[in-house]
Write a new protein. Structure first.
Length: 326
């Protein structure tokens, strides 16, 4: 009996022992000893960037999401390909911006701690600092990731949720990544900052039924449709930008949920949050301005997302330059 108990205890402890031995850990302040200035350097670069280019807040925050959902949080979205076949070349990533800001952070950190801080961790830290600089609350970012060695164009379309996704496909995709329904609705709140191209939602504005050019998505407020049509002309240029949270697109707050509740979510994936009891309840709870609760939830969900498919220990590498493998 004693032997059996000892075997059981060892079985329970072994994963923890292996985790420690192989360095399979991400945690807050991972670089406290090896690169103590990493987080302050990142914050300074983000602060300086957004003071002159606040429009980069949305794309930089979005970059963390786009990285983690494809092959995990391994900075594969940053890799270049001479044949344009990397993740960043896939359709969902063509509108990403701010790669040069990640490079700027990396260069500054490399001057102090060469070969120590991963590009994957820099993306995670930048996302937090963007939220803080845009008026949101901070959270402890887990670090200790390593950078991936593979980046494929095909992975982008296969793993990133489309703006026209319904609630069923959204829940399924988030579940595949180990994220909950609450994480889905909380992380959707990131749409409170930034802009979107007309091409991402004009299918809702014109010929939605396929039988009438003037038909629009009936789940969308008609007055909002009229306002959007003035900016996104039918068959017009697809690169026109529209605020995702009109009047508050540079401020991180909970006003996104107020818009969704009024049927003014820009994407079908935003409107889909009203098609599930749990996500709808969250939207309704926060549409009145419960910022402290939303800020806390957002930090938790960002940490959850930051754990997707991480490389640690001897896996991957610490890239010297974020856009290419060592």
């Amino acid at each position: 009996m004693a032997t059996s108990k000892m075997v059981l205890i060892l079985a329970l402890l072994l994963p923890l022992i292996l985790s420690t031995v192989n360095g399979q850990v991400i945690k807050p302040e991972f670089y406290k000893q090896s690169c103590p200035l990493a987080e302050s350097i990142t914050m300074n670069v983000v602060r300086e960037t957004l003071s002159v280019a606040p429009s980069l807040s949305g794309p930089l925050l979005r970059m963390f999401f786009h990285d983690c959902f494809v092959r995990g949080c391994d900075a594969s979205v940053l890799l270049d390909s001479p044949t344009n076949q990397a993740e960043k070349d896939s359709i969902p990533n063509l509108t990403l911006r701010g790669y040069e800001i990640i490079d700027r952070v990396k260069s500054a950190i490399e001057m102090h701690c060469p070969g120590v801080v991963s590009c994957a961790d820099i993306i995670a830290l930048v996302s937090r600092d963007v939220v803080v600089q845009s008026g949101g609350a901070s959270w402890e970012v887990e670090t200790g990731r390593r950078d991936g060695l593979v980046s494929l164009l095909s992975d982008g379309l296969a793993n990133l949720p489309a703006p026209f996704a319904n609630i069923t496909s959204l829940k399924s995709l988030f579940l595949q990544k180990g994220l909950s329904v609450k994480d889905l609705v909380v992380l959707s709140g990131a749409h409170t900052i930034g802009t979107a191209h007309c091409s991402a939602f004009t299918n809702r504005l014109y010929n939605f039924t396929g039988t009438s050019a003037n038909s629009f998505d009936p789940t969308m407020d008609s007055n909002y449709v009229a306002a959007l049509r003035k900016k996104c002309v039918q068959n017009g240029p697809s690169n026109v930008l529209v605020e995702m949270d009109p009047g508050s697109s540079k401020k991180f707050d909970e006003s996104y949920y107020k818009l969704v509740s009024k049927r003014r979510g820009l994407f079908q994936s935003d409107a889909a949050l009203l098609d599930n009891s749990e996500t709808k309840s969250y939207v309704q709870t926060h549409m009145g301005g419960n910022s402290a609760s939303f800020f806390k939830d957002f930090g938790v969900s960002m940490v959850n997302m930051g754990r997707i498919g991480v490389l640690t220990g001897n896996a991957g590498q610490i890239r010297k330059v974020c856009s290419k493998i060592n």
